[in-house]
Design a protein around this ligand. Structure first.
Ligand SMILES: [Zn+2]
Length: 311
């Protein structure tokens, strides 16, 4: 039995491991775990430290079934947990557990720096005795609109060169999931950043599309990128909180909940989940939800840490 042929759960689940942001000490930083129908996992962002590992252990998530880590960008609340996740995989491998390839998909412009961060924080972590080459680093360069990698049921993966021919198409035979990224603008000063789209199938064969904005300023492309999503997870800032906290103006690469609602109105996902809230600046989940719902007629949820949605 291969590493990825274990218990078939059948459903696709999203666990909101963290729903907060840098400035909010009361919630974990924005981290999302996707559990595919075959029971393997994808992690989008890693939080700011070891809190993601603690939360996942409490939720009894088997990290050795992690197939990919996608970082939307290098900011500390999204990327600083990466060395902890990789280190725990290295420890599992050293203890003789079966650890397959883990595809670390980061914006191309941040790849060398993030890899150096991991090597600096624990020299040797990625050497042949530890991760033994299992961590496959990818600099996602969506120069041609999209970057795409396909994860196969035999544990292998392929970066797709001709994205245009596959984007939006049904998954091919043996493909468990496709991860696509699109560049977005974020940060002052700007940092390389990407939104993430995951295409997969439920056990009944039906297609399932989940889109995560990452941190992003207003982006006209998001409406198209998220079109037809079963779940759109978008960052949002309470508009009422903006005036008192000028760091969260759209020019720094964030959007208000109202803007997220307008993007959802274009994309028409089945459900819109808003996260990256900052309670320290007085952002209230119910206000964020209502601001988005003014523009988007569909279901809007504002999950709390460790909430789970079946998609
Ligand atoms: Zn950020």
């Amino acid at each position: 039995m291969g590493a990825w042929e274990q218990t078939v759960l059948g459903e696709v689940r999203v666990t909101f491991v963290g729903t907060g942001s840098t400035g909010d000490p009361r919630r974990r930083c924005g981290t999302t775990l996707l559990t595919l129908a075959d029971g393997s996992h994808l992690l989008v962002d890693t939080g700011g430290g070891n809190e993601t590992l603690i939360a996942l252990e409490r939720a009894q998530v088997d990290l050795t079934r992690l197939r990919a880590i996608v970082l939307t960008h290098q900011h500390l609340d999204h990327a600083a947990g990466l060395p902890f996740v990789l280190f725990s995989l290295a420890m599992a491998a050293v203890r003789g557990k079966s650890v397959g390839e883990v595809h670390v998909c980061v914006p191309a412009g941040a790849r060398d720096g993030l890899r150096a961060m991991c090597d600096t924080l624990f020299p040797g972590m990625q050497n042949p005795w530890w991760l033994a080459g299992r961590a496959k680093w990818h600099g996602c360069d969506p120069a041609d609109y999209l970057w795409r990698i396909e994860l196969r049921d035999d544990g292998t993966a392929e970066v797709v060169a001709d994205v245009a021919s596959r984007a939006g198409q049904a998954l091919g035979e043996g493909v468990v999931a496709a991860i696509e990224t699109m560049a977005v603008s974020h940060g002052a000063p700007p940092v390389p950043a990407q939104a993430v789209r995951i295409e997969t199938r439920r056990a009944d064969g039906s297609a399932c599309r989940i889109v995560i904005s990452g941190d992003t300023g207003p982006n006209a492309g998001m409406g198209r990128f998220a079109a037809g999503a079963d779940l759109l997870i978008h960052e949002a800032v309470e508009a009422e909180a903006l005036g008192a906290h000028p760091v969260f103006v759209p020019g720094t690469g964030h959007v208000t909940a109202a803007m997220a609602g307008r993007i959802a109105a274009m994309a028409r996902p089945k459900r819109l989940a808003l996260h990256h809230l900052n309670a320290a600046t007085g952002q209230r989940p119910e206000v964020v939800r209502d601001e988005a719902a003014t523009h988007f007629e569909g279901e809007v949820v504002v999950p709390d840490d460790m909430d789970v949605l079946v998609v």
